[in-house]
Ligand binder design. Structure first.
Ligand SMILES: Nc1nc2c(c(=O)[nH]1)N[C@H]1C(S)=C(S)[C@@H](COP(=O)(O)O)O[C@H]1N2
Ligand SMILES: [Mo]
Length: 206
């Protein structure tokens, strides 16, 4: 395991152990619930709503998203069902850019990341504002494929995969926590792979 000096992010190093209970997958498997949505640029937007500082709601077209400042983040993906893939190079808009354009109210403690078809994942504000959290448009130098989340996918490298919605459509600022799609269905509310936070029943251990 390699610990990034600046941010504390933990990476898998070749030949070293994966997070507990994980095995390396071949290639980059596709894993999600439900169908792959079709992208229609004229109908697509990314919204920020909920407890914004000004009370207003924000919306960007895909063209506007593509014009925002960008960064590259190298990430490992750990699916809570036990497969890991490593060394993904995601490129896109850092969460910090969104937070600057759409500032949250001071009372905000959590966010809900919303995707097509109502998929959602709740995150503590600090997990969303982590300097590794990115809304990715590209992977390894190519636009994301439809199966992996085109046009926009949230990447939260330090948490299990279910905390990173593919086909991201909105960020909701929340003043208290509320469980997302998998979190309501028995998955862990925090989802740290390195301590194996897979199931909601483990939340009592903390
Ligand atoms: N919209 C949406 N995003 C999702 C999911 C989903 O079901 N719907 N599954 C999550 C889970 S559990 C994992 S492990 C990763 C898998 O990403 P991949 O298919 O690119 O490997 O997507 C995450 N994002
Ligand atoms: Mo997963």
């Amino acid at each position: 395991m390699l610990v990034h000096a600046a941010c504390g992010q933990r990476y898998v190093v070749r030949g070293e152990p994966l997070p507990p209970g994980q095995r390396m997958a071949k290639g980059w498997p596709v894993s999600h619930y439900g169908p792959v949505p079709r992208f229609r640029a004229d109908r697509w937007n990314l919204q920020v709503f909920g407890a914004t500082a000004t009370g207003e709601k924000y919306s960007w077209t895909f063209e506007e998203i593509m014009a925002l400042p960008t960064a590259t983040v190298t990430a490992d993906l750990h699916c809570a069902s036990g497969t890991t893939t490593v060394g993904h190079e995601f490129f896109g808009v850092p969460s910090a850019v969104l937070l600057e354009l759409a500032p949250p109210a001071p009372e905000v403690t959590h966010v809900m990341a919303w995707a097509e078809y109502g998929y959602s994942a709740n995150l503590r504000l600090a997990d969303f504002t982590s300097d590794r959290t990115l809304m990715a448009t590209h992977h390894d130098g190519e636009p994301l494929t439809a199966e992996h989340g085109f046009p926009l996918r949230l990447v939260v490298p330090h948490l299990y995969g279910y905390k990173g919605p593919k086909w991201l459509r909105a960020i909701e600022y929340m003043t208290q926590d509320r469980r997302g799609f998998w979190e309501e269905r028995g998955y862990h509310n925090i989802a740290d792979p390195w301590t194996g936070q897979r199931h909601s029943y483990q939340e009592d251990d903390a």
